[in-house]
Design a protein around this ligand. Structure first.
Ligand code: NDP
Length: 524
């Protein structure tokens, strides 16, 4: 299934127009209510469209359950040869893959704009991050995964012990559409570098980008089947979960994550869960308020707010609140959807964004920037809501749009308590000149940026992932490589001890010696 026959075809360009409350996406007229339904043109063909014009970008035959199983079987055969290579050989091939992505950069940048709606700057950021991570994984796998000797302890003094790291075999990767290259490659690059094969199911909204990645890998390495793509909707993802993969790396929403875990439980397939977030930012009294406002507005709106670790809530300490509100309003005044960031990729998300703006306002908040009129599908201009109660859906649920709530709090303690009071625990941001570290230490999240936003995602050596409702396991960095291997314990007897431990028929003095060791270890 290395290539499932992409047929790029540019059909007539349809413009999105809003008529009588119905949004026209391409040729299909949708109301806000029925936009939560995925576009499913047929059961056997999957078509991806340009989210701005609605014109078709590509179509793929939907991969059947048998074909998913076949792809996994092919990947398993390819994995044996791949795992048998030396670390240096794998690094050479992965760096060749990276260089070919770079050489074909104009193709993928265009596709990120056409199929995913990214403006040029957001596409360039995604490409750069992907190259950075692929490079890091390729270059560091040898060091991170080499066998590590460990002390054998008093009882096993005569043993030489080590931990080896073994690839799982075939890793299934299910990815989202918001960063269709960077996010799945956070699993794919690290899984490959660790010696696994990969079968990838991209989001139905970004299937051409997923196919492009696999095709480029085959072109760079000549290895068919080692990194394969299967296409389809959720059912294809479920088929992948049940296909006998040795590990499943899932990135997506928490509700889908639960379904993936349930499917994987049937076969005891281990899972990595990178789920959603509702990231908070804290602005302390000693923050550089202007810098904080500009950075947080960017963190809330870049990529149209469709970032798992995007800033969706700000807690600003009362002492600097009015200065902060003036600064964020001023910063937002010059930002426009369609120019500074792209459209909302998934039509169904528009309804969620609109609902969160409505509930933020009806629950008692007020609009500092924008409001309901900012939703002009497929675009949404920046929306800043102020003093929205913590119980509101706008504060508790993932919005995944360029909407941010700003709540005034009396002090940093109140800010930390409010930041921690949601079910998610992905990332967080702190702006404070003196207390950044101590505030960061009290946040129940997997990642924190101090005096900057989301910068951890661009540091390849740092693990990426969250706690609680944001999932478990990590991509990126050393933990991201370890995640795609299993530890294997090996110990070798080097010489015979005067005291025999591992045998029946021990002598009396062996028993005494054992008791003496036990007492020694117990007492110290
Ligand atoms: P979804 O959960 O809707 O889908 C994720 C993937 O799972 C898609 O490929 C989807 O296919 C597939 N899928 C759907 N149903 C099933 C099923 N029953 N079994 C197996 N696979 C299935 O998420 P989105 O694509 O909407 O992505 C946005 C979400 O991802 C947000 O919540 C965001 O926060 C999160 N995210 C988390 C990141 C992190 O690292 N923590 C990074 C980026 C995003 P299809 O699309 O074809 O339905």
């Amino acid at each position: 299934m290395g290539s499932t026959g992409c047929r790029h075809c540019a059909s007539s360009v349809e413009t999105n127009i809003q008529r009588n409350g119905a949004l026209h996406y391409g040729m299909i007229a949708l109301t806000l209510d029925d936009m939560s339904e995925n576009l499913k043109p047929s059961e056997t063909v999957l078509r991806s469209v340009d989210p701005v014009t609605g014109s078709q970008v590509a179509e793929f035959p939907v991969t059947t359950a048998d074909q998913v199983a076949e792809a996994v079987g092919n990947a398993r055969r390819a994995a044996t040869a791949w795992a048998a290579l030396s670390v240096d050989e794998r690094r050479t091939e992965l760096l060749r893959f990276k260089r070919l992505i770079h050489a074909r950069r104009n193709e993928i940048l265009a596709l990120l704009t056409r199929e995913n709606g990214k403006v040029a700057a957001d596409a360039e950021i995604e490409l750069t991050l992907t190259l950075h991570h692929l490079d890091w994984a390729a270059r560091h796998a040898g060091r991170v995964l080499r066998p590590r000797g460990v002390r054998s302890g008093l009882m096993m003094l005569n043993q030489a012990s080590r931990i080896e790291r073994k690839p799982y075999g075939v890793v299934g990767v299910i990815g989202p559409w918001n960063y269709p290259m960077y996010t799945p490659m956070g699993s794919i690059a690290y899984a490959l570098a660790a010696g696994n094969a990969v079968v990838f199911k991209p989001s139905e909204f970004t299937s051409a980008i997923g196919q492009w990645l696999a095709d480029t890998f085959v072109a760079a390495t000549g290895r068919d089947g080692l990194f394969a793509v299967v296409h389809g909707w959720g059912a294809t993802g479920a088929d992948l979960c049940r296909s006998g993969v040795d590990k499943l790396a899932f990135t997506g929403s928490a509700p889908t994550g639960r379904k993936v875990m349930a499917a994987c439980a049937e076969t005891l397939t281990p899972v990595l869960m990178e789920l959603g977030g509702k990231d908070a930012a804290i602005v302390a009294a000693d923050a550089d308020v202007r810098q904080a406002a500009q950075a947080l507005l960017w963190g809330a709106t870049m990529n149209s707010g469709q970032s798992c670790a995007g800033v969706e809530r700000v807690y600003v300490v009362e002492a600097v609140a009015s200065r902060f509100l003036d600064a964020i309003a001023a910063a937002a005044g010059s930002v426009e959807a369609g120019r500074d960031y792209g459209p909302v990729t998934m039509p169904g998300q528009i309804a969620t964004i609109a609902r969160h703006i409505d509930s933020g306002l009806s629950d008692g908040g007020s609009a500092l920037v924008g409001g309901r009129d900012s939703v002009r599908a497929p675009f949404v201009d920046p929306v800043v809501l102020v003093d929205v109660p913590q119980s509101s859906a706008a504060v508790r649920e993932e919005t995944f749009g360029p909407v941010v709530t700003v709540n005034r709090v009396p002090d940093v303690d109140a800010a930390i308590a409010a930041a921690n009071a949601v079910e998610y625990g992905l990332g967080a941001v702190v702006f404070s000149k003196r207390d950044g570290e101590s505030i960061a230490a009290r946040l129940d999240v997997g990642m924190v940026s101090i005096n900057d936003v989301i910068s951890y995602g661009a540091v390849p050596a740092l693990p990426f992932g969250g706690n609680g409702g944001s999932g478990f396991g990590r991509i990126h960095g050393e933990p991201g490589l370890l995640e795609f291997t299993t530890p294997k314990a090996v110990t070798r007897r080097r010489f015979r001890l005067p005291v025999e431990v591992s045998a029946h028929g021990r002598r009396r003095r062996d028993e005494w010696a054992l008791t003496a060791i036990s007492r020694l270890v117990g007492r110290r």
